[in-house]
Write a protein that binds this ligand. Structure first.
Ligand SMILES: Nc1ncnc2c1ncn2[C@@H]1O[C@H](COP(=O)(O)OP(=O)(O)OP(=O)(O)O)[C@@H](O)[C@H]1O
Ligand SMILES: [Mg+2]
Length: 265
């Protein structure tokens, strides 16, 4: 089992890895204060040309407390998106146990893949059709969700007129309107300019600060974004190698980068 080094929070304790999950068929939630949990997750695919099994995730264990904003970092190709898709239920692990509180929502990297309706309010309300809500309840949920992501003034705007970051925030508002408890966010800031990047990350932070029930896991390459996080996970080559508070993960990655640069020159 891969047991990453743990840094304990002074006030927000992260419980020991994998203690709450005992079997893969458990249908109730995780331990009370854990929103996202994966235990010894492995994932591989079969490369059809060579007919050989290629491992992507070799052994990933993680636990994220409810109500916290965590980030997932690591070099290109180390398996971050694969792990996020397993947590979202978009991929099945080859082995291991996963539990994520429901409802959960996966937000993709490309802002143009996020919005489907012509106006902001219609897009945020789009997923509410499956609930039996009155028009007033729909309006209230849409308005609260847009407020949480800082887009209250954009309710009637055409989505065509939004920036990439605003589209990402509309997608996040859609998840909040559906009362999603877990947001899984894959490199949302990649295609955005600096103002939009800050707008999206602040929208996520504010969503968590507004509702203690929302937990977010955010994949990024940008170390400066760690200032918004409660905790972080660092992966390499399909494994979780370290997790803990955001500041110590940042120092850990910076030390690795300096070591790499000093070896290179
Ligand atoms: N179904 C698949 N078929 C072929 N290759 C796959 C498949 N799934 C994942 N991979 C490979 O697994 C590795 C990990 O991919 P993944 O997208 O999870 O990495 P990542 O850490 O998100 O990378 P990036 O930082 O570039 O987004 C990559 O080499 C990818 O090409
Ligand atoms: Mg990726």
């Amino acid at each position: 089992m891969n047991l990453p080094s743990l840094t304990y929070f002074p006030q927000k304790l992260v419980p020991p890895l994998c203690s709450a999950l005992t079997n893969s068929t458990r249908s109730s939630g995780t331990a009370d204060n854990i929103a996202i949990e994966g235990c010894n997750l492995k994932f591989s695919f079969t490369a059809t040309r060579q007919a050989k099994v290629v491992p992507v995730l070799r052994d990933c264990s993680l636990r994220i407390p409810s109500g916290q904003f965590w980030m997932l970092l690591g070099p290109n190709g180390c398996g971050k998106s694969t792990l996020l898709k397993i947590l979202a239920g978009l991929l099945n692990p080859t082995s291991g146990i996963v539990h994520v509180n429901e409802p959960k929502s996966f937000v993709f990297q490309n802002p143009d893949h996020q919005v489907v309706m012509p106006t902001v309010d219609a897009d945020v309300a789009f997923g509410l059709g499956k609930f039996s809500l009155t028009n007033d309840e729909v309006r209230s949920r849409v308005s609260r969700a847009l407020h949480a992501v800082g887009l209250s003034d954009y309710e009637k705007r055409s989505v065509q007129t939004l920036s990439g970051g605003q589209k990402q925030r509309v997608a996040i508002a859609g998840a909040l309107a559906e009362a999603c408890k877990v947001l899984l966010l894959d490199e949302l800031t990649t295609f955005l300019d600096e103002t939009d990047q800050v707008g999206v990350i602040k929208a996520v932070r504010n969503s968590l600060d507004t509702s203690a029930e929302v937990t977010a896991l955010w994949v990024t390459h940008r170390l400066e974004e760690l200032e918004y996080a409660d905790g972080a996970i660092y992966m390499e080559d399909g494994k979780v190698v370290k997790y803990g508070d955001a500041a110590s993960i940042r120092s850990f990655i910076e030390a690795k980068q300096s070591e790499y640069l000093s070896n290179a020159y």
